[in-house]
Ligand binder design. Sequence first.
Ligand code: ADP
Ligand code: MG
Length: 564
Amino acid sequence: ETQKETLSFQTEVKQLLHLMIHSLYSNKEIFLRELVSNASDALDKLRFKSLSQADLVEDDAELKIRLDFDAAAGTITLSDNGIGMSRQDVIENLGTIARSGTADFIQNLSGDQKKDSKLIGQFGVGFYSAFIVANRVEVLTRKAGAPAEEGVHWDSTGNGEFTIGAVELAERGTTIILHLKDEEKEFADGYRLRSLIKKYSDHISFPVVMKSEPQETEEGKEAEAPQDETVNEATALWTLPRNEIKDDEYKAFYKHVAHDFEDPLTWSHNRVEGALDYTSLLYIPARAPFDLYNRDAPRGLKLYIQRVFIMDDAEQFLPLYLRFVKGVIDSNDLSLNVSREILQNDKTVDTIRTALSKRVLDMLKKLAANEPEQYQKFWDEFGQVLKEGPAEDFSNKDKIAKLLRFSTTQTGEAAQTVSLDDYIGRMREGQEKIYYITADSHTAAKSSPHLEVFRKKGVEVLILSDRIDEWMMNYLSEYDGKSFQDVGRGSLDLGSVETEEDKKEVEKAAEEHKPLLERLKKALEDRVQDVRVTKRLTDSPACLVVGDFDMGAQMRKIMAAAGQ
Ligand code: ADP
Ligand code: MG
Protein backbone atom coordinates (compact mmCIF):
# COMPACT_ATOMS: atom_id res chain seq x y z
CA GLU A 1 0.00 0.00 0.00
CA THR A 2 1.45 3.33 -1.11
CA GLN A 3 0.87 7.05 -0.64
CA LYS A 4 -0.49 6.36 2.79
CA GLU A 5 -1.44 9.35 4.88
CA THR A 6 -3.25 9.91 8.13
CA LEU A 7 -5.91 12.59 8.18
CA SER A 8 -8.17 13.98 10.83
CA PHE A 9 -11.96 14.00 10.68
CA GLN A 10 -13.66 17.37 10.53
CA THR A 11 -14.69 18.47 14.03
CA GLU A 12 -18.38 17.97 13.29
CA VAL A 13 -17.74 14.39 12.23
CA LYS A 14 -15.94 13.65 15.48
CA GLN A 15 -18.84 15.09 17.47
CA LEU A 16 -21.42 13.29 15.39
CA LEU A 17 -19.61 9.98 15.68
CA HIS A 18 -19.46 10.29 19.42
CA LEU A 19 -23.11 11.24 19.77
CA MET A 20 -24.29 8.65 17.33
CA ILE A 21 -22.52 5.77 18.95
CA HIS A 22 -24.05 6.70 22.27
CA SER A 23 -27.56 7.69 21.32
CA LEU A 24 -28.38 5.28 18.52
CA TYR A 25 -27.62 2.17 20.42
CA SER A 26 -31.21 0.96 20.44
CA ASN A 27 -31.46 1.56 16.69
CA LYS A 28 -28.11 0.07 15.84
CA GLU A 29 -29.36 -2.22 13.06
CA ILE A 30 -30.01 0.78 10.81
CA PHE A 31 -26.32 0.76 9.87
CA LEU A 32 -27.12 -1.90 7.27
CA ARG A 33 -29.93 0.10 5.73
CA GLU A 34 -27.64 3.14 5.47
CA LEU A 35 -24.82 1.23 3.80
CA VAL A 36 -27.16 -0.56 1.39
CA SER A 37 -28.76 2.77 0.64
CA ASN A 38 -25.37 4.22 -0.25
CA ALA A 39 -24.58 1.23 -2.45
CA SER A 40 -27.92 1.61 -4.20
CA ASP A 41 -27.25 5.35 -4.71
CA ALA A 42 -23.83 4.50 -6.16
CA LEU A 43 -25.41 2.06 -8.62
CA ASP A 44 -28.05 4.61 -9.57
CA LYS A 45 -25.33 7.16 -10.25
CA LEU A 46 -23.39 4.75 -12.41
CA ARG A 47 -26.45 3.81 -14.42
CA PHE A 48 -27.22 7.48 -14.95
CA LYS A 49 -23.67 8.33 -16.04
CA SER A 50 -23.50 5.39 -18.39
CA LEU A 51 -26.38 6.86 -20.37
CA SER A 52 -23.94 9.32 -21.86
CA GLN A 53 -20.77 7.28 -21.31
CA ALA A 54 -21.59 3.71 -22.27
CA ASP A 55 -18.02 2.41 -21.79
CA LEU A 56 -18.16 3.12 -18.03
CA VAL A 57 -19.80 -0.22 -17.27
CA GLU A 58 -17.14 -2.13 -19.22
CA ASP A 59 -17.91 -5.85 -19.13
CA ASP A 60 -19.50 -5.65 -15.70
CA ALA A 61 -23.02 -4.58 -16.60
CA GLU A 62 -24.97 -6.50 -13.99
CA LEU A 63 -25.42 -3.91 -11.28
CA LYS A 64 -25.72 -5.44 -7.84
CA ILE A 65 -24.88 -5.33 -4.17
CA ARG A 66 -23.10 -8.20 -2.48
CA LEU A 67 -23.26 -8.98 1.22
CA ASP A 68 -20.86 -11.39 2.91
CA PHE A 69 -19.89 -12.16 6.46
CA ASP A 70 -17.31 -14.12 8.38
CA ALA A 71 -18.66 -15.26 11.74
CA ALA A 72 -15.26 -16.40 13.00
CA ALA A 73 -13.52 -13.14 12.18
CA GLY A 74 -16.56 -11.05 13.16
CA THR A 75 -16.71 -9.10 9.89
CA ILE A 76 -19.42 -8.02 7.47
CA THR A 77 -18.50 -7.03 3.92
CA LEU A 78 -20.76 -5.05 1.63
CA SER A 79 -19.77 -4.44 -2.01
CA ASP A 80 -21.31 -2.68 -4.95
CA ASN A 81 -20.15 -2.28 -8.53
CA GLY A 82 -21.41 1.30 -8.68
CA ILE A 83 -19.80 4.64 -9.38
CA GLY A 84 -17.00 4.28 -6.78
CA MET A 85 -14.85 7.09 -5.42
CA SER A 86 -11.53 8.74 -6.24
CA ARG A 87 -9.05 9.57 -3.50
CA GLN A 88 -10.35 13.13 -3.37
CA ASP A 89 -13.99 11.92 -3.24
CA VAL A 90 -13.14 9.67 -0.33
CA ILE A 91 -11.48 12.44 1.66
CA GLU A 92 -14.45 14.73 1.09
CA ASN A 93 -17.24 12.20 1.55
CA LEU A 94 -15.88 10.09 4.37
CA GLY A 95 -14.13 12.76 6.40
CA THR A 96 -16.48 15.70 6.44
CA ILE A 97 -20.15 16.56 6.56
CA ALA A 98 -20.84 19.00 3.79
CA ARG A 99 -24.35 19.99 4.75
CA SER A 100 -24.54 23.55 5.98
CA GLY A 101 -26.01 24.07 9.40
CA THR A 102 -24.45 20.87 10.71
CA ALA A 103 -22.38 22.59 13.35
CA ASP A 104 -25.43 24.44 14.68
CA PHE A 105 -27.41 21.26 14.64
CA ILE A 106 -24.85 19.40 16.70
CA GLN A 107 -24.58 22.32 19.11
CA ASN A 108 -28.29 22.01 19.72
CA LEU A 109 -28.31 18.38 20.67
CA SER A 110 -29.30 18.11 24.29
CA GLY A 111 -27.14 15.27 25.54
CA ASP A 112 -30.37 13.45 26.40
CA GLN A 113 -29.89 10.21 24.51
CA LYS A 114 -33.52 9.55 23.82
CA LYS A 115 -34.22 12.99 22.40
CA ASP A 116 -30.97 13.12 20.49
CA SER A 117 -31.49 9.81 18.79
CA LYS A 118 -34.67 11.18 17.20
CA LEU A 119 -32.87 14.31 16.07
CA ILE A 120 -29.89 12.45 14.72
CA GLY A 121 -32.26 10.22 12.80
CA GLN A 122 -33.72 13.08 10.86
CA PHE A 123 -30.29 14.51 10.22
CA GLY A 124 -29.43 11.40 8.20
CA VAL A 125 -26.59 9.49 9.76
CA GLY A 126 -25.41 7.73 6.64
CA PHE A 127 -22.04 6.12 6.33
CA TYR A 128 -20.87 6.98 9.84
CA SER A 129 -23.55 4.72 11.33
CA ALA A 130 -21.16 1.86 10.55
CA PHE A 131 -19.33 2.85 13.73
CA ILE A 132 -22.33 2.03 15.88
CA VAL A 133 -21.53 -1.66 15.47
CA ALA A 134 -17.93 -1.66 14.23
CA ASN A 135 -14.75 -0.54 15.94
CA ARG A 136 -12.90 -0.49 12.65
CA VAL A 137 -14.21 0.23 9.17
CA GLU A 138 -12.29 -0.25 5.94
CA VAL A 139 -13.38 1.09 2.57
CA LEU A 140 -11.89 -0.14 -0.70
CA THR A 141 -13.06 1.82 -3.70
CA ARG A 142 -12.28 2.61 -7.29
CA LYS A 143 -14.05 5.12 -9.42
CA ALA A 144 -15.77 3.83 -12.56
CA GLY A 145 -13.55 4.53 -15.55
CA ALA A 146 -10.35 4.95 -13.50
CA PRO A 147 -7.47 2.46 -13.96
CA ALA A 148 -6.97 -0.44 -11.50
CA GLU A 149 -4.03 1.24 -9.75
CA GLU A 150 -6.20 4.20 -8.72
CA GLY A 151 -7.95 2.18 -6.06
CA VAL A 152 -8.24 3.78 -2.62
CA HIS A 153 -8.03 2.16 0.81
CA TRP A 154 -9.65 4.09 3.67
CA ASP A 155 -9.29 2.75 7.19
CA SER A 156 -10.48 4.11 10.52
CA THR A 157 -11.32 3.12 14.06
CA GLY A 158 -13.64 6.11 14.36
CA ASN A 159 -11.42 7.81 16.91
CA GLY A 160 -10.82 11.12 15.25
CA GLU A 161 -8.56 9.98 12.42
CA PHE A 162 -8.49 7.88 9.30
CA THR A 163 -5.73 6.69 7.00
CA ILE A 164 -5.95 6.72 3.27
CA GLY A 165 -3.68 4.85 0.86
CA ALA A 166 -3.50 3.61 -2.72
CA VAL A 167 -4.27 -0.01 -3.68
CA GLU A 168 -4.78 -1.84 -6.92
CA LEU A 169 -8.41 -2.86 -7.42
CA ALA A 170 -9.41 -5.02 -10.37
CA GLU A 171 -13.06 -3.96 -10.20
CA ARG A 172 -14.80 -0.62 -10.00
CA GLY A 173 -17.11 0.21 -7.12
CA THR A 174 -16.93 0.14 -3.36
CA THR A 175 -16.38 -2.52 -0.73
CA ILE A 176 -16.96 -1.76 2.93
CA ILE A 177 -15.58 -4.07 5.60
CA LEU A 178 -16.98 -3.75 9.10
CA HIS A 179 -14.90 -5.20 11.92
CA LEU A 180 -17.64 -5.74 14.47
CA LYS A 181 -17.25 -4.84 18.12
CA ASP A 182 -17.12 -7.89 20.35
CA GLU A 183 -20.63 -7.34 21.63
CA GLU A 184 -22.01 -6.89 18.08
CA LYS A 185 -20.55 -10.03 16.53
CA GLU A 186 -24.01 -11.57 16.37
CA PHE A 187 -24.63 -9.44 13.28
CA ALA A 188 -22.21 -11.68 11.36
CA ASP A 189 -24.96 -14.20 10.83
CA GLY A 190 -26.74 -15.25 7.64
CA TYR A 191 -30.27 -15.30 9.03
CA ARG A 192 -29.88 -12.04 10.86
CA LEU A 193 -28.51 -10.25 7.79
CA ARG A 194 -31.17 -11.70 5.49
CA SER A 195 -33.95 -10.59 7.76
CA LEU A 196 -32.48 -7.08 8.02
CA ILE A 197 -32.24 -6.81 4.24
CA LYS A 198 -35.84 -7.95 3.90
CA LYS A 199 -36.92 -5.54 6.59
CA TYR A 200 -35.15 -2.42 5.38
CA SER A 201 -34.06 -2.88 1.79
CA ASP A 202 -36.55 -5.20 0.14
CA HIS A 203 -37.64 -2.70 -2.48
CA ILE A 204 -34.54 -0.88 -3.50
CA SER A 205 -34.04 -1.21 -7.27
CA PHE A 206 -31.01 -3.52 -7.18
CA PRO A 207 -30.46 -7.11 -6.07
CA VAL A 208 -28.69 -7.75 -2.80
CA VAL A 209 -26.84 -11.03 -3.26
CA MET A 210 -25.68 -13.37 -0.50
CA LYS A 211 -24.24 -16.88 -0.45
CA SER A 212 -26.91 -19.43 0.35
CA GLU A 213 -26.78 -20.97 3.82
CA PRO A 214 -24.90 -24.30 3.90
CA GLN A 215 -27.40 -27.17 3.78
CA GLU A 216 -27.47 -30.00 6.29
CA THR A 217 -25.64 -32.80 4.51
CA GLU A 218 -27.04 -36.31 4.39
CA GLU A 219 -24.83 -39.19 5.41
CA GLY A 220 -22.30 -40.07 2.70
CA LYS A 221 -23.18 -37.10 0.49
CA GLU A 222 -20.83 -34.35 -0.56
CA ALA A 223 -21.85 -30.93 0.86
CA GLU A 224 -23.16 -28.66 -1.91
CA ALA A 225 -21.18 -25.51 -2.47
CA PRO A 226 -23.16 -22.40 -1.39
CA GLN A 227 -24.83 -20.60 -4.31
CA ASP A 228 -25.36 -16.91 -4.91
CA GLU A 229 -28.92 -15.91 -4.17
CA THR A 230 -30.80 -12.64 -4.29
CA VAL A 231 -32.32 -11.98 -0.89
CA ASN A 232 -34.51 -8.95 -1.62
CA GLU A 233 -37.36 -8.32 -4.05
CA ALA A 234 -35.21 -5.84 -5.96
CA THR A 235 -38.14 -4.16 -7.70
CA ALA A 236 -38.57 -0.45 -7.22
CA LEU A 237 -41.57 -0.18 -4.90
CA TRP A 238 -43.39 2.56 -6.78
CA THR A 239 -43.57 0.45 -9.93
CA LEU A 240 -45.82 -2.11 -8.22
CA PRO A 241 -49.60 -1.80 -8.14
CA ARG A 242 -50.91 -0.28 -4.92
CA ASN A 243 -52.90 -3.31 -3.86
CA GLU A 244 -49.76 -5.44 -3.88
CA ILE A 245 -47.90 -3.24 -1.43
CA LYS A 246 -48.18 -3.63 2.32
CA ASP A 247 -48.07 -0.67 4.68
CA ASP A 248 -44.85 -1.97 6.16
CA GLU A 249 -43.27 -1.95 2.73
CA TYR A 250 -44.33 1.63 2.15
CA LYS A 251 -42.86 2.56 5.52
CA ALA A 252 -39.56 0.77 4.91
CA PHE A 253 -39.23 2.43 1.53
CA TYR A 254 -39.85 5.82 3.12
CA LYS A 255 -36.97 5.24 5.50
CA HIS A 256 -34.75 4.41 2.56
CA VAL A 257 -35.74 7.53 0.61
CA ALA A 258 -35.87 9.96 3.52
CA HIS A 259 -33.10 8.53 5.73
CA ASP A 260 -35.51 8.74 8.62
CA PHE A 261 -35.93 6.41 11.59
CA GLU A 262 -39.53 7.21 12.18
CA ASP A 263 -42.51 6.08 10.19
CA PRO A 264 -44.07 8.68 7.89
CA LEU A 265 -47.39 10.23 8.93
CA THR A 266 -49.02 9.31 5.64
CA TRP A 267 -48.33 8.77 1.94
CA SER A 268 -49.95 8.88 -1.47
CA HIS A 269 -49.02 6.61 -4.37
CA ASN A 270 -50.40 7.33 -7.82
CA ARG A 271 -49.96 6.31 -11.39
CA VAL A 272 -51.10 8.88 -13.94
CA GLU A 273 -51.69 7.88 -17.53
CA GLY A 274 -53.03 9.85 -20.46
CA ALA A 275 -51.70 13.15 -21.70
CA LEU A 276 -48.89 12.69 -19.19
CA ASP A 277 -47.50 9.45 -17.93
CA TYR A 278 -45.84 9.36 -14.52
CA THR A 279 -45.88 7.72 -11.11
CA SER A 280 -45.51 9.56 -7.85
CA LEU A 281 -45.02 8.26 -4.34
CA LEU A 282 -45.21 11.12 -1.84
CA TYR A 283 -44.69 10.95 1.90
CA ILE A 284 -45.36 13.32 4.79
CA PRO A 285 -42.64 12.87 7.43
CA ALA A 286 -43.52 12.82 11.10
CA ARG A 287 -40.84 15.31 12.04
CA ALA A 288 -39.38 18.46 10.57
CA PRO A 289 -35.70 18.30 9.53
CA PHE A 290 -33.26 20.47 11.45
CA ASP A 291 -32.77 22.77 8.48
CA LEU A 292 -36.37 23.28 7.37
CA TYR A 293 -35.85 27.04 7.39
CA ASN A 294 -32.45 27.04 5.76
CA ARG A 295 -32.90 28.29 2.20
CA ASP A 296 -30.11 26.08 0.87
CA ALA A 297 -31.19 22.89 2.59
CA PRO A 298 -31.76 19.99 0.23
CA ARG A 299 -35.38 19.52 -0.70
CA GLY A 300 -37.45 17.98 -3.45
CA LEU A 301 -38.15 14.54 -4.80
CA LYS A 302 -35.95 11.78 -6.11
CA LEU A 303 -36.41 11.98 -9.88
CA TYR A 304 -36.47 8.87 -12.06
CA ILE A 305 -37.15 8.84 -15.77
CA GLN A 306 -38.36 5.51 -17.12
CA ARG A 307 -37.09 3.81 -13.95
CA VAL A 308 -33.61 5.30 -14.32
CA PHE A 309 -32.48 7.44 -11.41
CA ILE A 310 -31.73 10.96 -12.62
CA MET A 311 -31.20 13.12 -9.54
CA ASP A 312 -31.86 13.65 -5.86
CA ASP A 313 -33.59 16.75 -4.56
CA ALA A 314 -35.40 17.65 -7.78
CA GLU A 315 -37.06 20.71 -6.25
CA GLN A 316 -38.93 21.74 -9.40
CA PHE A 317 -41.75 19.28 -8.81
CA LEU A 318 -43.17 20.92 -5.71
CA PRO A 319 -43.64 24.51 -4.57
CA LEU A 320 -41.45 25.80 -1.76
CA TYR A 321 -44.20 25.70 0.87
CA LEU A 322 -44.48 21.92 0.36
CA ARG A 323 -40.75 21.40 0.78
CA PHE A 324 -41.27 18.94 3.65
CA VAL A 325 -42.67 16.32 1.26
CA LYS A 326 -40.37 13.37 0.51
CA GLY A 327 -40.65 10.77 -2.17
CA VAL A 328 -40.17 9.74 -5.75
CA ILE A 329 -41.39 10.90 -9.12
CA ASP A 330 -40.88 8.61 -12.11
CA SER A 331 -41.76 10.19 -15.45
CA ASN A 332 -42.09 8.63 -18.87
CA ASP A 333 -42.37 11.98 -20.64
CA LEU A 334 -39.10 13.68 -19.83
CA SER A 335 -35.96 13.07 -21.78
CA LEU A 336 -33.22 11.08 -20.05
CA ASN A 337 -30.73 13.86 -20.48
CA VAL A 338 -32.63 16.55 -18.57
CA SER A 339 -30.70 18.89 -16.31
CA ARG A 340 -31.85 21.12 -13.48
CA GLU A 341 -31.84 24.06 -15.88
CA ILE A 342 -34.08 22.26 -18.33
CA LEU A 343 -36.45 21.21 -15.55
CA GLN A 344 -36.84 24.84 -14.55
CA ASN A 345 -38.38 25.83 -17.85
CA ASP A 346 -40.28 22.74 -18.79
CA LYS A 347 -44.04 22.76 -19.39
CA THR A 348 -44.37 19.09 -18.46
CA VAL A 349 -42.71 19.78 -15.13
CA ASP A 350 -45.08 22.70 -14.49
CA THR A 351 -48.07 20.48 -15.15
CA ILE A 352 -46.74 17.77 -12.86
CA ARG A 353 -46.02 20.33 -10.14
CA THR A 354 -49.58 21.62 -10.27
CA ALA A 355 -50.93 18.07 -10.04
CA LEU A 356 -48.58 17.05 -7.23
CA SER A 357 -49.43 20.18 -5.21
CA LYS A 358 -53.10 19.21 -5.37
CA ARG A 359 -52.22 15.66 -4.38
CA VAL A 360 -50.34 16.78 -1.33
CA LEU A 361 -53.10 19.15 -0.26
CA ASP A 362 -55.68 16.39 -0.74
CA MET A 363 -53.56 13.96 1.22
CA LEU A 364 -53.40 16.46 4.08
CA LYS A 365 -57.11 17.10 3.89
CA LYS A 366 -57.76 13.39 4.20
CA LEU A 367 -55.37 13.10 7.10
CA ALA A 368 -57.12 15.98 8.87
CA ALA A 369 -60.53 14.39 8.31
CA ASN A 370 -59.65 10.79 9.15
CA GLU A 371 -56.85 11.08 11.68
CA PRO A 372 -57.11 14.47 13.38
CA GLU A 373 -54.48 13.58 15.98
CA GLN A 374 -51.97 12.71 13.29
CA TYR A 375 -52.90 15.89 11.47
CA GLN A 376 -52.25 17.90 14.61
CA LYS A 377 -48.77 16.37 14.75
CA PHE A 378 -48.24 17.42 11.17
CA TRP A 379 -49.42 20.94 11.93
CA ASP A 380 -47.15 21.30 14.94
CA GLU A 381 -44.12 20.33 12.84
CA PHE A 382 -44.90 21.92 9.48
CA GLY A 383 -47.75 24.40 9.99
CA GLN A 384 -45.40 27.37 9.78
CA VAL A 385 -44.25 26.27 6.36
CA LEU A 386 -47.75 25.64 5.10
CA LYS A 387 -48.56 29.22 6.08
CA GLU A 388 -46.28 30.34 3.25
CA GLY A 389 -48.79 28.69 0.91
CA PRO A 390 -51.44 31.36 0.32
CA ALA A 391 -48.78 33.79 -0.89
CA GLU A 392 -46.88 31.32 -3.05
CA ASP A 393 -49.78 29.32 -4.45
CA PHE A 394 -52.69 31.70 -4.76
CA SER A 395 -54.74 29.31 -6.87
CA ASN A 396 -54.85 26.81 -4.01
CA LYS A 397 -55.41 29.34 -1.25
CA ASP A 398 -58.84 28.00 -0.30
CA LYS A 399 -57.56 24.45 0.02
CA ILE A 400 -54.64 25.68 2.09
CA ALA A 401 -56.89 27.85 4.26
CA LYS A 402 -58.94 24.78 5.12
CA LEU A 403 -55.77 23.16 6.43
CA LEU A 404 -54.72 26.05 8.66
CA ARG A 405 -54.94 25.73 12.43
CA PHE A 406 -55.14 28.63 14.86
CA SER A 407 -54.92 29.53 18.46
CA THR A 408 -58.08 31.42 19.43
CA THR A 409 -59.69 33.20 22.35
CA GLN A 410 -61.98 30.19 22.70
CA THR A 411 -59.23 27.79 23.80
CA GLY A 412 -57.07 30.42 25.49
CA GLU A 413 -54.01 28.28 24.73
CA ALA A 414 -51.05 28.98 22.51
CA ALA A 415 -51.43 25.61 20.76
CA GLN A 416 -52.80 26.04 17.24
CA THR A 417 -55.70 23.61 17.04
CA VAL A 418 -58.74 25.45 15.65
CA SER A 419 -59.62 25.23 11.95
CA LEU A 420 -61.55 27.93 10.10
CA ASP A 421 -64.41 25.47 9.76
CA ASP A 422 -64.45 25.03 13.56
CA TYR A 423 -64.49 28.80 13.90
CA ILE A 424 -67.34 29.30 11.46
CA GLY A 425 -69.31 26.58 13.21
CA ARG A 426 -69.13 28.66 16.40
CA MET A 427 -69.87 32.07 14.90
CA ARG A 428 -72.47 34.10 16.81
CA GLU A 429 -75.80 34.76 15.23
CA GLY A 430 -75.47 37.79 13.04
CA GLN A 431 -71.67 37.58 12.95
CA GLU A 432 -70.47 38.06 9.38
CA LYS A 433 -66.71 38.24 9.66
CA ILE A 434 -63.83 36.13 10.86
CA TYR A 435 -62.01 38.22 13.46
CA TYR A 436 -58.32 37.97 14.18
CA ILE A 437 -55.68 39.78 16.14
CA THR A 438 -51.94 39.89 15.40
CA ALA A 439 -49.18 40.48 17.92
CA ASP A 440 -45.57 39.55 18.62
CA SER A 441 -46.48 36.88 21.10
CA HIS A 442 -49.45 34.89 22.20
CA THR A 443 -49.37 36.53 25.63
CA ALA A 444 -49.27 40.01 24.17
CA ALA A 445 -52.17 39.22 21.87
CA LYS A 446 -54.24 37.70 24.65
CA SER A 447 -53.93 40.73 26.89
CA SER A 448 -54.66 43.21 24.14
CA PRO A 449 -57.41 45.73 24.94
CA HIS A 450 -58.77 45.14 21.45
CA LEU A 451 -60.23 41.87 22.65
CA GLU A 452 -62.31 43.34 25.44
CA VAL A 453 -65.49 43.87 23.51
CA PHE A 454 -65.21 40.45 21.89
CA ARG A 455 -65.01 38.79 25.25
CA LYS A 456 -68.03 40.73 26.39
CA LYS A 457 -70.03 39.71 23.34
CA GLY A 458 -68.72 36.13 23.36
CA VAL A 459 -67.25 36.43 19.87
CA GLU A 460 -64.24 34.19 19.12
CA VAL A 461 -61.07 35.82 17.77
CA LEU A 462 -58.15 34.07 16.03
CA ILE A 463 -54.84 34.85 17.75
CA LEU A 464 -51.98 35.24 15.29
CA SER A 465 -48.53 35.58 16.76
CA ASP A 466 -46.22 33.74 14.35
CA ARG A 467 -43.83 35.91 12.39
CA ILE A 468 -45.38 34.90 9.12
CA ASP A 469 -49.00 35.46 10.12
CA GLU A 470 -49.48 39.04 9.08
CA TRP A 471 -47.81 38.33 5.77
CA MET A 472 -50.11 35.37 5.24
CA MET A 473 -53.21 37.40 6.07
CA ASN A 474 -52.34 39.75 3.22
CA TYR A 475 -53.21 36.88 0.91
CA LEU A 476 -56.28 35.60 2.68
CA SER A 477 -59.12 38.03 2.23
CA GLU A 478 -61.96 35.61 2.79
CA TYR A 479 -62.85 32.03 3.51
CA ASP A 480 -66.15 30.32 2.80
CA GLY A 481 -67.67 33.65 1.81
CA LYS A 482 -66.65 35.37 5.03
CA SER A 483 -64.10 38.13 5.06
CA PHE A 484 -61.31 38.41 7.59
CA GLN A 485 -61.20 41.41 9.91
CA ASP A 486 -58.19 42.49 11.92
CA VAL A 487 -59.64 43.68 15.23
CA GLY A 488 -56.81 46.17 15.63
CA ARG A 489 -57.69 47.96 12.43
CA GLY A 490 -60.01 50.79 11.42
CA SER A 491 -63.47 51.17 12.81
CA LEU A 492 -64.84 48.07 14.35
CA ASP A 493 -67.84 46.51 12.74
CA LEU A 494 -69.34 43.70 14.74
CA GLY A 495 -72.12 43.13 12.21
CA SER A 496 -75.49 42.53 13.72
CA VAL A 497 -73.90 41.14 16.88
CA GLU A 498 -73.83 44.83 17.69
CA THR A 499 -77.30 46.08 18.59
CA GLU A 500 -78.84 49.32 17.43
CA GLU A 501 -78.67 50.38 21.04
CA ASP A 502 -74.91 49.87 21.13
CA LYS A 503 -74.52 52.07 18.07
CA LYS A 504 -76.70 54.80 19.48
CA GLU A 505 -74.75 54.79 22.70
CA VAL A 506 -71.50 55.38 20.80
CA GLU A 507 -73.01 58.21 18.79
CA LYS A 508 -74.33 59.79 21.93
CA ALA A 509 -70.99 59.52 23.69
CA ALA A 510 -69.19 60.99 20.69
CA GLU A 511 -71.51 63.99 20.79
CA GLU A 512 -71.13 64.42 24.54
CA HIS A 513 -67.35 64.20 24.53
CA LYS A 514 -66.71 66.21 21.39
CA PRO A 515 -64.59 68.85 23.15
CA LEU A 516 -62.41 66.18 24.80
CA LEU A 517 -61.91 64.37 21.50
CA GLU A 518 -60.93 67.63 19.83
CA ARG A 519 -58.42 68.40 22.58
CA LEU A 520 -56.85 64.92 22.39
CA LYS A 521 -56.65 65.10 18.63
CA LYS A 522 -54.84 68.41 18.84
CA ALA A 523 -52.43 67.20 21.50
CA LEU A 524 -51.56 64.04 19.51
CA GLU A 525 -51.68 65.78 16.17
CA ASP A 526 -48.43 64.43 14.69
CA ARG A 527 -48.86 60.97 16.06
CA VAL A 528 -52.40 59.82 15.32
CA GLN A 529 -54.83 60.25 12.45
CA ASP A 530 -57.99 60.34 14.47
CA VAL A 531 -59.42 60.03 17.98
CA ARG A 532 -62.74 58.25 18.35
CA VAL A 533 -65.17 57.06 20.97
CA THR A 534 -65.29 53.26 20.95
CA LYS A 535 -67.19 50.26 22.21
CA ARG A 536 -64.08 48.18 21.83
CA LEU A 537 -63.02 48.63 25.40
CA THR A 538 -64.58 47.51 28.63
CA ASP A 539 -61.65 47.83 31.06
CA SER A 540 -58.92 49.89 29.37
CA PRO A 541 -59.41 53.64 28.94
CA ALA A 542 -57.84 53.89 25.46
CA CYS A 543 -56.17 51.86 22.72
CA LEU A 544 -54.37 52.40 19.42
CA VAL A 545 -55.76 51.04 16.18
CA VAL A 546 -54.24 50.84 12.72
CA GLY A 547 -55.98 52.35 9.70
CA ASP A 548 -57.79 49.95 7.37
CA PHE A 549 -55.20 50.28 4.65
CA ASP A 550 -52.05 50.81 6.71
CA MET A 551 -49.36 48.26 7.38
CA GLY A 552 -49.82 46.21 10.52
CA ALA A 553 -47.41 46.30 13.42
CA GLN A 554 -45.62 43.06 12.49
CA MET A 555 -45.23 44.10 8.87
CA ARG A 556 -43.78 47.44 9.96
CA LYS A 557 -41.19 45.61 12.00
CA ILE A 558 -40.31 43.27 9.16
CA MET A 559 -39.96 46.22 6.79
CA ALA A 560 -37.89 48.16 9.34
CA ALA A 561 -35.61 45.16 9.82
CA ALA A 562 -35.18 44.98 6.05
CA GLY A 563 -34.08 48.63 6.11
CA GLN A 564 -37.24 50.06 4.49
P1 ADP B 1 -25.51 10.60 2.05
O1 ADP B 1 -25.74 9.23 1.52
O2 ADP B 1 -26.73 11.16 2.72
O3 ADP B 1 -24.91 11.54 1.07
P2 ADP B 1 -23.58 9.25 3.65
O4 ADP B 1 -22.90 9.59 4.92
O5 ADP B 1 -24.39 8.01 3.67
O6 ADP B 1 -24.46 10.48 3.26
O7 ADP B 1 -22.52 9.12 2.52
C1 ADP B 1 -21.64 10.19 2.26
C2 ADP B 1 -21.15 10.17 0.83
O8 ADP B 1 -20.17 9.15 0.66
C3 ADP B 1 -22.21 9.87 -0.21
O9 ADP B 1 -22.91 11.04 -0.58
C4 ADP B 1 -21.36 9.34 -1.36
O10 ADP B 1 -20.83 10.43 -2.11
C5 ADP B 1 -20.23 8.65 -0.65
N1 ADP B 1 -20.46 7.21 -0.58
C6 ADP B 1 -20.85 6.49 0.49
N2 ADP B 1 -20.98 5.20 0.19
C7 ADP B 1 -20.65 5.07 -1.11
C8 ADP B 1 -20.58 3.96 -2.03
N3 ADP B 1 -20.91 2.71 -1.67
N4 ADP B 1 -20.18 4.23 -3.30
C9 ADP B 1 -19.86 5.48 -3.69
N5 ADP B 1 -19.92 6.56 -2.88
C10 ADP B 1 -20.30 6.35 -1.60
MG1 MG C 1 -26.27 7.66 2.64
